[in-house]
Design a protein around this ligand. Structure first.
Ligand code: ATP
Length: 558
């Protein structure tokens, strides 16, 4: 890219230099130039055996600019490829890091932050990168112009550099202020998107109560702050471009006056010098304008890199994964004085107890008592702050989390179905899941009957979020999805809370069929799920206050 840009710059320099002989011929068509740049160019023509005539000079000049255009296009194409590649690589790095990060890390970020980083910040960064490439191209061009100017008159070349540097110096504060305006935009946009992502799911109840205006002031405040920062940035950036032209023309007028008054330069050389001076200083000021965009983009880049670095540092397979493969859960999941703290005081306070393999354990307790936290520790999404969790006697800290989670099926309260086929929703990309596996899982989840009655069976597409299915059907698909990998442990977080009596019964029938086949750990307030359990743990204030056993442990084939 840099080589192409350099060649394009040099060709443009040649083109500008070639204007001198052209003017010379136009002014004095019948005489060969004897000094100045025109004489040098005439000599170069002579080496190639070309006559120094108007036609030959015109053709040569056109040729130089055609080649320059082609090379410049090649350079721009290369810049485009590199810039698009930079934003793709940054996006992929961020997405991979976010997906691989520890759950505690993911919890810290509103999803709007990630959305903004993937769409906004990567685009601004790519734009800044592109401008940085242009800055490089224009610096090369300035170097060529200054060299050509030196060949004609070192005074003009020096004057161009001094005037250009002076203008850059005068406007350096403006660049800094534009960068700060860019920083405000980056942070404000991130906050707006975070608020919006929080707000949208609550829009329905707010509208239903005519309280939607509650959202607007928060979004409006951010939007107005963004407007002010954007306006400031545009005004400052344009100031750099617009204010420099009069300064530049003033300097040129003064330079021309000096040369004409005290120097006997040839008129043709003088015109080219004026052109070179103008182009050099103008290119330098362009560079400053572009540099402002680079500095503005730098803040988005920094913010993006902070997300990427933090997510990469939180990669759970580097930071929290043990060296042992998970045991097959043939004996128990044991809690040994487990504490957990999100950072605002402990929410689990010394939980101890066994979940024997093959048992159905239901956890009940008031809201906020730590039930979900407990199941998140069991699935390895989080690590105990203190104490130990053991699978068949092996400390989970020593277990490879991937191999453990391969044995876990998880059913949340609100299943998130993708707008895809039933099959894809059940297999979730497991290429080794056969038709038989899908059918078996759907049958076990008490879902086969309704799925086989769909127009295309398992190949029927379900609408976004599964909206054309009933709540009970969605939940049974979520259970089938959890079962298709033949887990040894099924975790259910309030699986029937959002369902009516009939739908709850369908889900309970599915769970009854699974009872004794694998270990089940359910959180539920519903009596139906509690009554099915072998053991019921009552959690309150982060402690297990009560433990009742309904029946003897069922044997499990490990
Ligand atoms: N990501 C988090 N950051 C900080 N505190 C949290 C976080 N998640 C949960 N908590 C706090 O931890 C405590 C236990 O929460 P948890 O979700 O485990 O309770 P729960 O019994 O499942 O509640 P519910 O029945 O309402 O779902 C609560 O006080 C909650 O505010």
């Amino acid at each position: 890219m840099v080589v192409l840009l350099a060649i394009a710059g040099i060709l443009e320099g040649f083109g500008v230099a070639a204007i001198v002989p052209l003017l010379e011929i136009m002014v004095r068509p019948d005489t060969q130039p004897s000094d100045g740049l025109a004489a040098t160019v005439s000599d170069v023509f002579g080496w190639f055996g070309l006559p120094f005539t108007l036609e030959v000079v015109l053709v040569a000049l056109t040729g130089v600019f055609v080649v320059k255009a082609l090379v410049a296009y090649g350079a721009v194409f290369q810049v485009g490829t590199v810039v698009a590649g930079v934003s793709r690589d940054l996006r992929l790095r961020l997405l991979r890091a976010v997906v691989a990060a520890r759950w505690q890390h993911t919890l810290q970020y509103p999803s709007g932050f990630i959305g903004n980083a993937v769409s906004g910040e990567t685009s601004i960064t790519a734009q800044a990168y592109r401008e940085a490439c242009q800055v490089l191209a224009e610096l090369i061009q300035v170097a060529v112009f200054v060299t050509v100017a030196f060949l004609i008159s070192w005074q003009t070349a020096t004057a161009s550099v001094v005037v250009g540097a002076g203008i850059l110096f005068m406007f350096r504060g403006v660049v800094d202020r534009a960068r700060r305006a860019g920083q405000t935009q980056t942070h404000t946009l991130r906050d707006i998107l975070a608020s919006l992502t929080d707000a949208l799911p609550s829009l329905k109840p707010l509208k239903a109560m005519h309280r939607e205006h509650y959202l607007l002031p928060r979004l409006e405040e951010g939007t107005n702050r963004f407007f002010r920062a954007q306006r400031a940035q545009i005004a400052l950036q344009e100031l750099i471009y617009k204010a420099q032209e009069p300064i530049l023309l003033g300097a040129m007028a003064f330079g021309l006056w000096l040369v004409l008054r005290f120097d006997a330069a040839q008129a043709t050389d003088l015109m080219v010098l004026a052109l070179l001076f103008y182009r050099t200083v103008q290119t330098l000021t362009n560079i400053q304008g572009r540099w402002t965009t680079v500095r503005v983009g730098e803040t988005a880049f920094q913010s993006l890199m902070e997300h990427i670095d933090a997510a990469e540092a939180a990669d759970e397979h580097h930071t929290a994964s043990g060296e042992l493969r998970a045991p097959p859960l043939g004996q128990s999941i044991a809690f040994d004085d487990v504490w957990y703290d999100y950072g605002e005081g402990p929410v689990l306070k010394g939980v101890s107890g066994d979940i024997p393999a093959g048992r159905f354990v239901t956890i009940v307790g008031p809201s906020g008592s730590g039930k979900t936290t407990l199941t998140d520790l069991v699935s390895g999404l989080m690590r105990p702050t203190e104490g130990h969790l053991r699978i068949d006697g092996v400390d989970m800290a020593r277990i490879d989390l991937k191999s453990w989670r391969d044995q876990v099926g998880y059913v949340p309260q609100e299943p998130m179905l993708f707008s895809d086929t039933v099959r894809s929703n059940v297999t979730l990309g497991r290429s080794d899941a056969s038709d038989e596996d899908v059918e078996k899982a759907l049958r076990a989840a008490n879902a086969w009957e309704f799925v086989s009655a769909l127009p295309k069976g398992v190949d029927t597409r379900i609408g976004e979020g599964g909206q054309n299915l009933s709540g009970g059907q969605r939940q049974r698909l979520a259970i089938a999805r959890a079962l298709v990998g033949e887990p040894r442990l099924l975790i259910l977080d309030e699986p029937t809370t959002a369902l009516d009596g009939a739908a709850e019964k369908e889900v309970c029938d599915a769970l009854a069929g699974l009872h004794g086949e694998l270990t089940i750990l359910a959180i539920s307030h519903q009596s139906a799920i509690r009554d099915m359990a072998d053991d019921v743990w009552t959690l309150s204030g982060g402690r297990v206050r009560d433990r009742t056993t309904a029946s003897a442990p069922a044997p499990l084939d490990a």
